[in-house]
Design a binder for this molecule. Structure first.
Ligand code: NDP
Length: 346
């Protein structure tokens, strides 16, 4: 049972899944769509990624209520080339197409050595580590790229153009969970600025500019202005690459087009995702992967031999150790909102 702790409510992971799934179904999602989105939300809470956990449920449901997202969409998988598969999400959430698409992508990567997946007509509202980690757990090296809405000014500009355009990379490890980095090409994810605004906290320097182009620490001014790419023009070029891969190349939209098409119901815009999977055993002659993975471990050991370092994804895996036993907490206001959405009808 949900337990109140001051301004917070503690929930088990099963309760997170149940409240998300119930809310989505009540507002028109099919059981499969609701299950896969609830899986996405629950894994974010499990790994301490608050900006993609229950915090997103009102947005997912807002887009069902507005009619923007087809709650009972049936994604369609097709083969575009011997090593390229596509899932047309049929105007639905991205979680179910990703479940189908990554299974087909893994098969193709093992057959061909390298393969690609294009997901189109989908609404992605989450992190990218789940889909890349899923592939690396099967021994594959994986990349994922997603556009967003226009939130980020190109280096030197002051008007939003690029999305926050995350990319993720996952590397398999023998007997250990994969190494995954998953990062926006903006200095911060937009959800982080929204959480700072909700909590009445200033944002760090260099995350954003206001609508006049002045640096700001005010989250509200930042949301009205433009986010900045990480590392100046270098992050800007990564954002540009993501636009090209997940937009033009797979026949889907750029972030500025997704913005123009969106109805602003608090949910995600419709856009594409592009993924690559590589079978490392096919990248050396006669390899079985053992030597390559063992070699990689020497690099990780060197990194960790320096004080102050950690590997990307270690924070998530540390959270994953605790949350199945301890549960997670959400602000009471968010819990009340999710509870109301999962109890009320359409
Ligand atoms: P962060 O800056 O919080 O983290 C980026 C990556 O760096 C993570 O893999 C993190 O690992 C790793 N990392 C952080 N600190 C260290 C460190 N000291 N040493 C080594 N590695 C480190 O992420 P962002 O704010 O850029 O993005 C947050 C999320 O938002 C991502 O999951 C992204 O996919 C998502 N997003 C989704 C969008 C969408 O439209 N669907 C749009 C934009 C972003 P760890 O997790 O272990 O901390």
């Amino acid at each position: 049972m949900a337990k109140q702790e001051g301004d917070l409510v503690r929930l088990s992971l099963d309760e997170v899944h149940a409240i998300a799934s119930k809310g989505l179904i009540r507002h028109g999602a099919s059981v499969e769509q609701a299950r896969t989105v609830a899986d996405t939300i629950t894994s974010a809470e499990r790994d301490g990624c608050k900006s993609h956990g229950l915090f997103r449920l009102p947005g997912y449901i807002g887009s069902l209520k507005s009619g923007k997202i087809t709650g009972d969409a049936v994604p369609v998988l097709s083969e575009l080339a011997p090593a390229v598969v596509k899932v047309d999400a049929a105007n639905g959430f991205a979680s179910l197409p990703l479940e189908m698409g990554t299974a087909a992508l893994a098969e193709k990567a093992r057959e061909q050595g390298i393969a690609a997946l294009a997901i189109t007509n989908s609404y992605h509202f989450a992190a990218l580590w789940p889909e890349t980690e899923r592939l690396a757990e099967q021994g594959l090296v994986a990349f994922a790229f997603v556009t967003a809405k226009s939130y980020v000014a190109p280096a030197g500009g002051i008007k939003p153009l690029y999305g926050t355009n995350p990319m993720a990379f996952a590397w398999p490890r023998e007997g250990k969970p994969p190494i995954v980095f998953d990062q926006a090409s903006s200095a911060s994810a937009r959800g982080e600025i929204m959480i700072h605004e909700r909590d009445g906290k200033p944002i760090p320097d260099d995350w954003a500019i206001d609508s006049e182009g002045n640096p700001t620490n005010d989250p509200t001014a930042a949301l009205a202005g433009a986010q900045l790419p990480f590392g100046g023009y270098k992050g800007g070029s990564i954002a540009l690459m993501v636009e090209l891969l997940a937009g033009a190349m797979i026949g889907d939209v750029f972030s500025f087009e997704a913005t123009a098409n969106d109805v602003r119901d608090g949910g995600p815009p419709k856009r594409g995702e592009f993924m690559i999977a590589i079978d490392p055993t096919r990248c050396v002659s006669g390899g079985n992967g053992v030597a390559q993975l063992a070699h990689a471990e020497t690099l990780f050991d060197e990194i960790l031999s320096q004080e102050g370092t950690r590997l990307p994804s270690d924070r998530r895996y540390a959270a994953r150790e605790k949350t199945p036993k301890e549960g997670i907490t959400v602000p009471r206001s968010l819990y009340d909102e999710c509870e109301m959405l999962s109890s009320a009808g359409v």
